[in-house]
Design a protein around this ligand. Sequence first.
Ligand SMILES: Nc1nc2c(ncn2[C@@H]2O[C@H](COP(=O)(O)OP(=O)(O)O)[C@@H](O)[C@H]2O)c(=O)[nH]1
Ligand SMILES: [Mg+2]
Length: 398
Amino acid sequence: MAELNETSRANRLHIGVFGRRNAGKSSLINLITGHDTALVSEFAGTTTDPVYKSIELHGIGPCVLIDTPGFDDEGALGALRVERTQNAMDKADIALMVISADSTDTSIEETWISRFKEKKTPILGVITKTDLADAATMESRMRDILKIPYIVIPKAHEEVPHLIRKAVLRLIPEDFEQRSLTAGLVNQGDVVLLVMPQDIQAPKGRLILPQVQTIRDLLDHKALVISCTTDNFSAALACLNAPPALIITDSQVFPFVYENKPKESRLTSFSVLMAGLKGDIEALAHGASVISSLTDKSRILIAEACTHAPLTEDIGRVKIPRMLKKRFGEGITIDMVSGSDFPSDLSSYDLIIHCGGCMFNRKYFLSRQEAAKNAGVPMTNYGVFIAAFNGILDKISF
Ligand SMILES: Nc1nc2c(ncn2[C@@H]2O[C@H](COP(=O)(O)OP(=O)(O)O)[C@@H](O)[C@H]2O)c(=O)[nH]1
Ligand SMILES: [Mg+2]
């Protein structure tokens, strides 16, 4: 799981900049940020990997601009770039579709626009290079053929940031940033007990991101937060004059906490809350129902957002595989991917078990759930899996 200092990027509005090579994507990013963030070059295909740049946009707040290599690249390396661009597409909350005014063919753009529309990603057309051709022709194409809102890059470049901000503001999805980790689970004044084993996986001297975010969210809801390590669970309960309204535990000690908690206290885990923030928790809970039909012939994909070096007793690499092998047999096939790696063909899997996704933005996590659904493969997450595996999923609040 991520440490706080690794990223606070996951909750920002992700604005992806897409278009053909040389359309002026990197130049546009430089105009927005006001400096040479992106590499601009007359050689097509200069941007080889998506570049993520965290910025503050006045009136919008913290954003991530994603500069992409272009979706029309050729050759072997080109195919890889197109794949990375696809990956950026899965993350973008808003897509800027950059098209040069002198472009006469927009067929590739049309394909991409229809993909964005399928994903319900709002699109803004951006017409560049108006010194090379009159913008009017492309403007009518935007209106009548591509059917997307658009802006034309003005000659006065200093106006670009304001123009982009104004247009982006209108496109921000309504529910963006409206979600909260614990809303619906706590009321003002509730006592919430957090069980946070600071085991070998915990970063030295710090708390992991889901714990920090949960504490902040609970404080915002005016809850009274107390926390303990697993060995102090009983001592923490004993010092309270009533059972806590809610207990939030590390998923790894779900069974212990469930067996030892007061029955009045509702129970959930950091990973379950995170999955509710980042994804469709109902679908993840439904995905876990396949566990009962797994066998030693089953094929499981474990996907982890972090790319941290594996530690002993790592949940994704060690603990969950051990649980699966113990119950279903050594023959069960378990593949592991991390970071942005995610198989494009999921069809051979019987179940995908994903981490809570604290490093991913919601759009990206939902894109993965959508990919699993389209392949007909159930998907769940670490916390929900551990609860379901121990037969207590119906006792968990989310
Ligand atoms: N004439 C003209 N050239 C531009 C304009 N914007 C960018 N370029 C040039 O087009 C080339 C490609 O730009 P770049 O931003 O790297 O495109 P990208 O591949 O989409 O990122 C570079 O040589 C830029 O200097 C413009 O408005 N007018
Ligand atoms: Mg570029």
